[in-house]
Design a protein around this ligand. Sequence first.
Ligand code: DP6
Length: 416
Amino acid sequence: MGPIYEKTATSPVNIAVIKYWGKRDSVLILPTNSSLSVTLSQENLQSKTTIRASPDFKKDRLWLNGVEEADVTKNKRLQNCLRETRRLRKEYEKKLCEEVGAENTIPLSEYNVHICSENNFPTAAGLASSASGFACLVYTLAQLYELPVSDTELSKIARQGSGSACRSLFGGFVAWEMGSQDDGSDSQAIQVAPKDHWPELEALICVVSDAKKGTSSTEGMQNTVATSPLIQHRIKHVVPERMKSMTEAILKRDFRKFAEITMRDSNQFHAVCLDTFPPIFYLNDVSRAIIRVITEYNSSNESGELKAAYTFDAGPNAVIYAPRENIPEIINIIAKYFPGDIDNGNEYFTDPYHLFSGNQVGKQPLPRGFNEQIIPVFAPGSVKQILHTKVGNGPQTLTGKADSLLDEQGWPKRMT
Ligand code: DP6
């Protein structure tokens, strides 16, 4: 067997604090406003992808989450990412040819690829996986092809897989600058601050049960742009100012400002959804109740400081950002009002950072001044899971043989 051309890498999930909602070009995926997100730790949530290129492969093939093969030809966005990275590889091969000669240049751009990708979190949890998935695809291809380009350059390709994916190419705090060019050449992600810039900031994800399947982001934002007058106000008069203030808040580690903008921006995103015709509802009763408890938690606090910030994407799950010192209190409040299902006792809250001793989650007293009557206690299982996580790093390359998702012959390990 000849040499093997294969790479494995992982990529993180990101959760926006200034939301991307609306496209001005739906093929190149160019947004109608800039956005800003926090990259979450890969300890809890990540996508992993192995890609191999070989002259022996008959066609490009893709396997997702260890299940059946997906049809690559039907996935336009994947095709776009593949085409763009191959184009860069081709350019690079040309340059290599001139420098080291054709006999020393491997024509990887002409080989078919086998792609195997999976998430370490259940897709059923309803957590967006397209951002980490497409970031991982593009990052792994760039490693395989040894592309001499920056992560910002790669972000423009990941963007064509899923808009929010461009922000998952960096760790820490990341802005997606909307750009103004028609070809998308300036619509790219940049790092605002690295992961270690604000180590006290942590996150909780409350996985909220939802029976029905909601409107996809892609379809939802299309309808908003087509029908909502409010989104125009957001695009022109709200987001530009917020991008500046949020960047400042992050650079100064100003939680009050960070929290206020985060909550206001989530609220406005859901307001433009309601202003869409027909309206789109992503928040449910449990989501709204979480907003009420976080608001009570903030306003009952004597110091007047904000202690936590909620944000919601295109679904009912809540993400709560807070300084580390407040995290145990918040988990306790959430677990009190939204207890776990007995059947799901072990999954509900795994306490990865050992904050509670024994079975104290949800059993400790509420903070002083907190109005206990603010909402009723919800039925067990209304929140399925509380995930405690931190700010994390960008994509990582894995080098161990055991890390590969493909076997010796280049077929998915889990399927053989
Ligand atoms: C609400 O990136 O999933 O999470 O570009 O159509 O793939 P496409 O949409 P996607 O939209 C994410 C929307 C959001 C806000 C955000 O992440 O900024």
